[in-house]
Design a protein around this ligand. Structure first.
Ligand code: HEM
Length: 500
């Protein structure tokens, strides 16, 4: 072998760069042809994929604006299930509720892994994954169960967390009141209010809006880097600022570590204050020491912030966008609030059952502006049959939640904001299986209950106190397009919050 390598080296050193490049291109082309001719694999139709870059050139051309709508015309050409390649990675895109149900529910046993082999995730969570979002198999099930039961023990479903959300909604109202009806951007203060709820769950503390904890800007920066299809490819190694990302992650861990140390010093097993206390308890009891590692718990804390802050905050940001554009809807919600709650107290979850129009409006925000349009990437842990195609182990599967929520077969006039679509003739709320902004199956959003509680209490309290208007001389914000990065967020806008 060394002789062959030496021979090749000697040969290439005599022929010059163009010949070497032609040889490498030929080699890559042959490997590509061989790999795509695997007789055991039957990929669904999809756009032409090139060696190394896959469909990235077409994605870049059609996705100039990077909207969730960019890929919709592809389904018209290739069908509801598509095979695309992000660089070297095979990706299956599922564009209907039935296909997502077939993959994430019926075939959950083999389509619930996460693609932790991709370069970016391997670097950040390790090839075996960690935490909840990026863990697979038995350990994921155990950590997910632990996180859900922690949320429950800390008050999700009981009054205490609901009360903390009510308190936070009051702080938010006070903060907005300081603007005295003048134009302002609601973006950051909504983000701070929502992240305070996660801070209360994890660290047992909320932060003043002027006194942002060091962790939040670090998390925000980490979220902004590494988006888009490049994130999935090995090219990320060269194109993403990996050193910067790793430095941010190290910073994050050292901040969490400091918090865990502080908790250890005042830990009392009879008074569990927050998620960190629960973790200390579990590690002291030495339950499954392989699973309850410090690394997994660090990652769960990061997961809760990553998955639980920008998502709910963006839902609230979108809700203001839609209400400013539809003053008639805003007025109807306020009438309902006045009838059921009045001005003397803050909204509570019990009120929801008596406020169908408000509930319908929130459901319509979830449908119209899903904050995670492609959900989170799933991966096959075994060869799986989907819609008659044989999908090999190690394929990334994306459920196109946006397409389901904007399919005219599921929802008439899908690009119109129509809360009435969620009410029957008696004014009662209609439920639909097709409303899947939180995805479906065993990987369904772990914070769905919390997100629904926050959305209802924050939304209702804001409208109880203010009427939101487009500032004079400014254009109403876009209700369909927005920034589509790790989450889907409206373009920056200002509001005037007029005290009611
Ligand atoms: C409007 C708000 C939210 C939306 C629309 C949303 C949506 C989603 C979606 C689509 C997924 C991917 C599911 C899949 O892989 O198929 C997900 C996963 C997840 N969400 Fe949420 N989410 C929201 C709020 C929250 C909150 C408040 C939390 C915090 C507790 C949270 C925690 C998680 C976690 C931990 C996962 C990963 C679950 C797993 O891999 O087992 N989410 N969410």
């Amino acid at each position: 072998m060394p002789k062959v390598a030496y021979g090749l080296f000697e040969y290439f050193s005599t022929v010059g760069l163009p010949t070497v490049l032609i040889f490498v291109a030929g080699l890559l082309l042959s490997l590509w042809i061989l790999s795509s001719r695997n007789p055991r694999v039957k990929w669904p139709p999809g756009p032409l994929c090139f060696p190394v870059v896959g469909c990235l050139p077409q994605l870049i051309i059609s996705g100039r604006r990077r909207q969730p709508t960019d890929l919709l015309p592809w389904y018209d050409t290739y069908g509801d299930i598509m095979h695309v390649k992000f660089g070297e990675q095979h990706v299956i895109m599922l564009g209907t509720y039935e296909l997502i149900q077939e993959a994430f529910v019926k075939n959950a046993a083999t389509v619930s892994a996460r693609p932790t082999w991709i370069y970016f995730l391997r670097q950040t969570v390790g090839k075996d994954g960690a935490g909840v979002i990026f863990k697979s198999g038995h350990e994921w099930k155990e950590l997910r169960r632990f996180t859900l039961s922690s949320l429950r023990d800390l008050g999700l479903g009981r009054r205490s967390l609901e009360e903390r959300i009510q308190d936070e909604a009051r702080y938010l109202v006070q903060n907005i009141e300081d603007e005295m009806g003048k134009a302002f951007s609601p973006r950051d203060r909504i983000g701070k209010a929502v992240s305070n709820i996660i801070s209360i769950i994890v660290f047992g503390a909320r932060y003043d809006y002027n006194d942002t904890p060091e962790m939040l800007p670090v998390l925000e920066q980490a979220m902004r880097i590494g988006q888009g299809p490049l994130f999935f490819t090995n090219m990320a190694r060269f194109l993403l600022p990996i050193k910067k990302i790793m430095a941010l992650i190290d910073k994050l861990y050292s901040l969490i570590r400091q918090e865990v140390e502080r908790h250890r010093q005042s830990f009392d097993p009879t008074d569990i204050r927050d998620f960190i206390d629960l973790f200390i308890k579990v590690t002291q009891e030495k339950q499954d020491p392989e699973i309850y590692t410090e690394w997994n718990v660090f990652r769960i804390i990061v997961d809760l912030y990553l998955a639980g802050t920008d998502t709910t905050a963006n839902t609230l940001r979108w809700s203001l966008v839609h209400l400013m554009k539809r003053s008639d809807v805003q007025k109807k919600v306020q009438q309902e609030i006045d009838q059921v709650i009045g001005q003397g107290r803050v909204a509570k979850m019990e009120d929801k059952a008596r406020m169908p129009f408000t509930e319908a409006t929130i459901l319509e925000v979830f449908r119209m502006s899903p904050v995670a349009p492609l959900g989170a990437p799933h991966a096959t842990s075994e060869t799986t049959n989907l819609a008659g195609y044989t999908i090999p182990k190690g394929t990334i599967i994306l459920g196109d939640l946006y397409r389901v929520l904007h399919d005219k077969n599921n929802f008439e006039d899908p690009y119109k904001f129509k809360p009435e679509r969620w009410l029957d003739d008696d004014g009662k709320v209609i439920k639909s299986d097709k409303l899947i902004p939180f995805s479906i199956g065993p990987r369904v959003c772990l914070g769905k209950g919390l997100a629904e509680m926050e959305s209802f209490i924050f939304f209702t309290t804001l409208l109880q106190n203010f009427t939101f208007k487009v500032p004079e001389g400014e254009k109403p914000p876009d209700g369909v397009e927005g920034f589509n990065a790790s989450t889907f967020t409206p373009y920056s806008y200002n509001v005037c919050a007029v005290r009611r």
